[in-house]
Design a protein around this ligand. Structure first.
Ligand code: IZC
Ligand code: ZN
Length: 409
């Protein structure tokens, strides 16, 4: 698969995969040096074949390393008790308002020291890699104090440095109003704006700033203030928008020029139109709708309206405890009306654009990072059709083989 990388793909472009049958790629020094038909590359590199490691992928599918543009990777603990409560009828918001949900994970994450948080998060990152993912966005937001937000971001930084998977960090101090600010949420908003954002930016620990804009969490007005404060400090805006209720989050994302608006299960038609006009990428999370037993975002409608769509696991302990981008692609087809080709675009080049990496990763193009996944399926449609199985055979990250035969090297 190859193609232009200037901007996220929209409309019919999302169907264009640029597939090369019987193709080869030449990777060198961590970079894709050439991509083309077998015969072409064999001719060009004839004199170098003896020194190269040849990986035979015949009969298999070679894609760009998958990109996950929205995760809450760094956290401590699990919330299977809440899963059980939801199966008996409790809602996500009820559980959160009663002190569970994000608050429960915040308590666990505050209690974990750097090493414990690193160990738990690394395990998940290994699993991402085993499922073919080579770049992951990771948000803070389970600290909710400067000290513990910084701890989460420091763990993400260390994972980026030590683990093959690349991490792109997002500050999300505005993930929930902490229990002790319940009566005075604006005071917490001010703390995020006056203390947390400047310090996170000063330390260079995040590129993006995100907020959970949802009734009962942060209002659109508070969200706007937080995102604008981030922009003043060089943090690019992202927003959790219209996840549980329609709340004009998509409209806000368009107004402030957010890089992405994420979730959008309940986004209005006006909001979708504004996003298309403003070039805001929709990051859709069908695993979350599935796990919350809610109706998925309408990916089909968004693509037809000209919005660039990306997809993601939303990996988090409450509403989507999965690490499987292939499963998310399956759900994209089954639950969001997207075609197998569109979900592959959404999980690669559009996902890369959603974290401002569209020029470096997300497609197999000359000059890009040598991030490549080989699936043991004959074509990309079989990948979307044989769901529930990990088809990853080999993963190459920055030119190094890091998964072989479905196992970490
Ligand atoms: O821990 O519940 N929706 N944030 C917004 C989440 C889900 C993560 C969580
Ligand atoms: Zn999220």
């Amino acid at each position: 698969m190859e193609g232009g990388s200037e901007a996220a793909r929209v409309g019919k472009q999302m169907e264009e995969l640029g597939i090369i049958e019987n193709g080869s790629v030449w990777l060198e020094d961590g970079i894709i040096h050439a991509v083309g038909r077998d015969e072409e590359l064999a001719a060009t590199y004839q004199h170098r074949m003896a020194e190269a490691e040849i990986i035979n992928a015949s009969g298999k599918l070679v894609t760009p390393g998958l990109v996950d543009p929205h995760t809450h990777l760094v956290h401590a603990g699990t919330r299977e008790n809440e899963f059980n409560m939801r199966l008996q009828g409790a809602t996500y918001m009820e559980i959160m308002n009663n002190g569970g949900g994000i608050h429960a994970t915040t308590t666990a994450t505050r209690q974990a020291d750097h090493a414990a948080l690193f160990a738990q998060s690394k395990k998940r990152l290994d699993q991402f890699l085993l499922h073919g993912v080579t770049t992951v966005e990771a948000k803070s937001g389970y600290g909710l104090t400067l000290e513990h937000e910084l701890k989460q971001l420091e763990v993400a930084k260390q994972l980026h440095e030590q683990h093959p998977v690349d991490i792109v960090s997002t500050f999300m101090g505005a993930h929930a109003v902490p229990r002790d600010y319940k009566e005075n949420p604006d005071q917490f908003v001010q703390l995020v704006i006056d203390e947390m954002i400047p310090e996170v930016a000063r330390r260079g620990l995040a590129e993006f700033n995100d907020v959970f804009c949802e009734r009962g969490v942060f209002t659109p007005e508070q969200s706007r203030r937080i995102l604008e404060a981030g922009m003043k400090h060089g943090l690019l805006p992202k927003i959790h928008a219209d996840e549980i209720e329609p709340y004009e989050g998509a409209e806000l994302a368009a107004q402030i020029g957010a890089v992405s608006a994420d979730h959008l299960l309940r986004a209005s038609d006006t909001g979708i139109k504004r996003m298309a006009e403003a070039g805001v990428i929709a990051v859709l999370l069908p695993g979350t709708a599935f796990f919350l037993m809610a109706e998925s975002a309408n990916g089909r409608k968004m693509i037809d309206a000209g919005v660039a769509v990306a997809i993601s696991t939303d990996c988090n302990p409450g509403s989507s405890p999965t690490v499987s981008m292939p499963l998310i692609m399956n759900l994209g087809c089954l639950k969001m009306g997207m075609t197998p080709a569109e979900v592959l675009t959404a999980a690669t080049i559009n996902a890369a654009h959603a974290i401002r990496r569209g020029r470096e990763i997300g497609s197999i193009e000359r000059g890009k990072k040598a991030d490549v996944t080989i699936f043991d399926v004959p074509n990309y449609m079989v990948l979307q059709y044989r769901y529930g199985v990990n088809h990853v055979q080999t993963v190459i990250k920055s030119g190094v083989k890091v998964v072989d035969g479905g196992r970490l090297v």
